[in-house]
Design a binder for this molecule. Structure first.
Ligand code: PBG
Length: 331
């Protein structure tokens, strides 16, 4: 009779907490997190984003305070996104090149508050600055033109690097922008400014709340399918990653996150480079809505999803849950 029992019992190592801890393959720590923050004009302002419960736009002073909080929590990097005032948005997004724009003032305030204790990642794309909400310049047909857009993105990246950005993150999906930005950074003396390219960025329905947060959602007509990727494609993501690496990206990002963990895994296995994922605004909103509806425990959902990114092969995750998750992890 005994012989009919399994000799290999997978449940043996799961039976106790000490044994589960010993056999755990993936560990999530606050050092795995990048915290995206939205900047708005004014001082002493906290402006909640309705479609992202628990997330606010902060004025520059508040951003500096959040950055200090990140340092205290052990979060190594923040990502900044501006809600540009309506009267500073234009068809060509020229405000992106203003050395005193919201983004540059926030960068300098964070540097003043935290010194080199935190990494500052800045998004390169024109959508927070254009009157039409697209990431680049439009031709007469409303098509986003590539090469003229890249020329402006290069100046935007230099403007951010000049203000003190540590990591330039082009999220625009124009062809050739990583190479152009890398060359300009080298020529401008910014040798140690990194590029984390949004290499596989999909034309996703999960970006809605973000567009509310930066104020581009109401302006955007149409979609971004002529430059962001088709969610049906995986092989194409590998070509995008190969290109961005050959053009000088230090690390690559897959975005959105959870629905694209297969892409993360394929990129990691193929290229063996640092891969990051962006758990985007719609994913955050989905988790919050599920928790509010009683469909799951909020803290458990947050930690489980973030751990899944590590298991899939990510070096780190951009997540609006960063501060909350770090607090949970720090006990
Ligand atoms: C800007 C940009 C977007 C996001 C990050 N950078 C929006 C978009 O491409 O429309 C989305 C992030 C999120 O949804 O949390 N190009």
């Amino acid at each position: 009779m005994t012989g009919s029992y399994p000799s290999l019992r997978m449940r043996r190592t799961r039976a106790t907490a000490w044994s589960r801890a010993l056999h755990r393959e993936t560990v999530l720590t606050p050092a795995d997190l990048i915290w995206p923050l939205f900047v708005t004009e004014g001082s002493g302002v906290e402006d909640p984003v309705a479609s992202l419960p628990g997330v606010s736009r902060w004025s520059v002073d508040g951003i500096a305070a959040r950055a200090k909080e990140a340092v205290d929590l052990g979060i190594p990097c923040i990502a900044l996104f501006p809600n540009t005032p309506a009267d500073r948005r234009s068809d060509d997004g020229a405000e992106a090149l203003n050395p005193d724009n919201l983004m540059c003032r926030a960068i300098r305030a964070v540097r003043d508050a935290c010194g080199r204790d935190i990494g500052i990642l800045t998004d390169v794309a024109l959508d927070p600055y254009t009157a039409h909400g697209q990431d680049g310049l439009l031709d007469g047909d409303g098509y986003v033109v590539n090469d003229d857009t890249v020329a402006i993105l290069v100046d935007q990246a230099l403007n951010q690097a000049q203000a003190g950005a540590d990591v330039i993150a082009p999220s625009d999906m124009m062809d050739g922008r990583v190479k152009a930005i890398r060359m300009a950074l080298e020529m401008g003396g910014h040798h140690n400014v990194q590029i984390m390219s949004y290499a596989a960025k999909y034309a996703s329905a999960f970006y809605g709340p973000f567009r509310d947060a930066v104020g581009s959602g109401g302006l955007l007509k149409g979609d971004k399918k002529s430059y962001q990727m088709d969610p049906a494609n995986g092989e194409e993501a590998l070509r995008e990653v190969a290109l961005d690496l050959s053009e000088g990206a230090d690390s690559v990002m897959v975005k959105p996150g959870l629905p694209y963990l297969d892409v993360v895994r394929r990129v990691k296995e193929r290229f063996e480079v640092p891969v990051f994922a962006y758990q985007v605004s719609g994913e955050y909103a989905m988790i919050e809505a599920a928790a509010a509806a009683g469909a799951g425990d909020r803290d458990a959902l947050v930690l489980e999803t973030l751990t899944a990114f590590k298991r899939a092969g990510c070096s780190g995750v951009l997540t609006y849950h960063a501060a909350h998750a770090a607090r949970l992890l720090n006990g």
